[in-house]
Design a protein around this ligand. Structure first.
Ligand SMILES: NC(=O)c1ccc[n+]([C@@H]2O[C@H](COP(=O)([O-])OP(=O)(O)OC[C@H]3O[C@@H](n4cnc5c(N)ncnc54)[C@H](OP(=O)(O)O)[C@@H]3O)[C@@H](O)[C@H]2O)c1
Length: 340
């Protein structure tokens, strides 16, 4: 499929990382969350184009509402000659499907929609069952919502493990976790998480959690790697910073003659997380994959980018709060203890 396409890179040249157990995963993937701004059809088309230019890792989720369309794109990609085992496909269990029985149901629906017989990696999207109906206002509180409940989480996790044992999923992972929650999981899990999907961009580097993951053999996958300039308005607050306007990022972008977005991705890959940038524009996603194989940042530039961190979380999760919660900080265990 990459033959005769001038903006493509050879996927064999794209560096890979190794997951626990030895499976390989590309050092960059393509996101598929349209942020309410892009249609499922456009995103599926970007997945087709992404495979053409060299992407092999695609980050999906049932809650993005587009897996049935992306499944058609995967069919086309495989018809073009790319084998299933050359692709690395992830999806995520949504918050309202944590209960016993529902995990298998949810995975089966995703597999049917994506037209696959296994997933490479399946995440628990959020460590809460707190469900926010589509279109509900940010201050909506579901009466069943509550703080983290480890017993409930493990009930879900053991169901995730069963998916691995059944061969439906090769790896399982976590998302939107914190160190104290992860410590509990590592104590009780029979199958360890292979990866943790977490918000990571120059202005939000989460060094402590990032290092924790690396030390425990959990591959960090970085979402919003460009600082998610097109995220939904409900996820924006006045104090949010803009990574691609940061003076250091802009200066380094000028030196490399690329868009600041590309610098965010180079930084991510060289640091060791797997960024999963989103774009439906071919010129953008082609440069996103290309940047992994040419013109690396210098050690000095990597050091400068470390100083850009402003501890600025963009996806705060305020819609998943429960009655009586003080604020979005309650989701993130800021004082090192799980908020009850
Ligand atoms: N696990 C989770 O809870 C979670 C949460 C959020 C996201 N995610 C995943 O992470 C993925 C990425 O996050 P995201 O979509 O929020 O944010 P992002 O990748 O940081 O930002 C996407 C935006 O960056 C711009 N962009 C991309 N490439 C560019 C380039 N080469 N040059 C200039 N601009 C560029 C595009 O904006 P323009 O259209 O303005 O050019 C695009 O809409 C999602 O799609 C999803 O798969 C997971």
């Amino acid at each position: 499929m990459t033959k005769n396409v001038t903006d493509a890179v050879d996927p064999k040249l794209v560096p890979q990382r190794t997951l626990r157990g030895g499976d390989k995963i590309p050092c960059i993937g393509m996101g598929t969350f349209g942020s309410d701004r892009f249609s499922g059809e456009d995103i599926a088309q970007a997945v087709r184009g992404g495979a053409e230019v060299g992407f092999r890792l695609f980050d999906c989720a049932s809650v993005y509402g587009n897996e049935h369309l992306i499944g058609e794109a995967f069919q086309d990609i495989m018809k073009s000659g790319i084998k299933r085992e050359e692709l690395f496909i992830t999806s995520k269990l949504w918050n309202d499907m944590h209960g016993k029985g529902d995990v298998l149901l949810s995975c089966a629906k995703t597999l049917k929609d994506l037209k696959l017989d296994y997933l490479d990696l399946y995440f628990v999207h959020w460590p809460f069952r707190n469900y926010h109906p589509l279109g509900a206002p940010p201050d909506y509180r579901n009466e069943d919502a509550g703080p983290y409940n480890h017993e409930q989480y493990m009930e879900t996790w053991y169901q995730m493990e069963r998916l691995v044992q059944a061969g439906l999923v090769r790896h399982i992972g976590t998302s939107n976790m914190t160190i104290p929650k992860m410590k509990l999981l590592l104590k009780d899990a029979r199958i360890m998480p292979s990866a943790n999907e977490m918000e990571l961009h120059p202005c939000f580097q989460q060094p402590e959690f990032f290092n924790f993951c690396i030390e425990h053999g959990i591959q960090p996958i970085g979402f919003c790697p460009i600082g998610s300039p097109t995220r939904p308005d409900r996820d924006k607050t006045p104090d949010d910073v803009v990574d691609i306007e940061d003076p250091v990022v802009v200066k380094i972008a000028k030196a490399h003659n690329v868009h600041p977005a590309v610098i965010c991705l180079k930084w991510a890959v060289q640091r060791g997380q797997i960024p999963i940038p989103f774009s439906i524009y071919r010129n953008e996603y082609a440069s996103n994959i290309r940047c992994t194989i040419e013109d690396p940042l210098t050690e000095q530039e990597m050091k400068e980018l470390e100083t850009v961190d402003k501890n600025c979380r963009l996806i705060k999760g305020q819609v998943f709060l429960w009655e009586g919660a003080k604020g979005w900080e309650d989701l993130w265990d800021l004082n090192g203890e799980i908020t009850r």
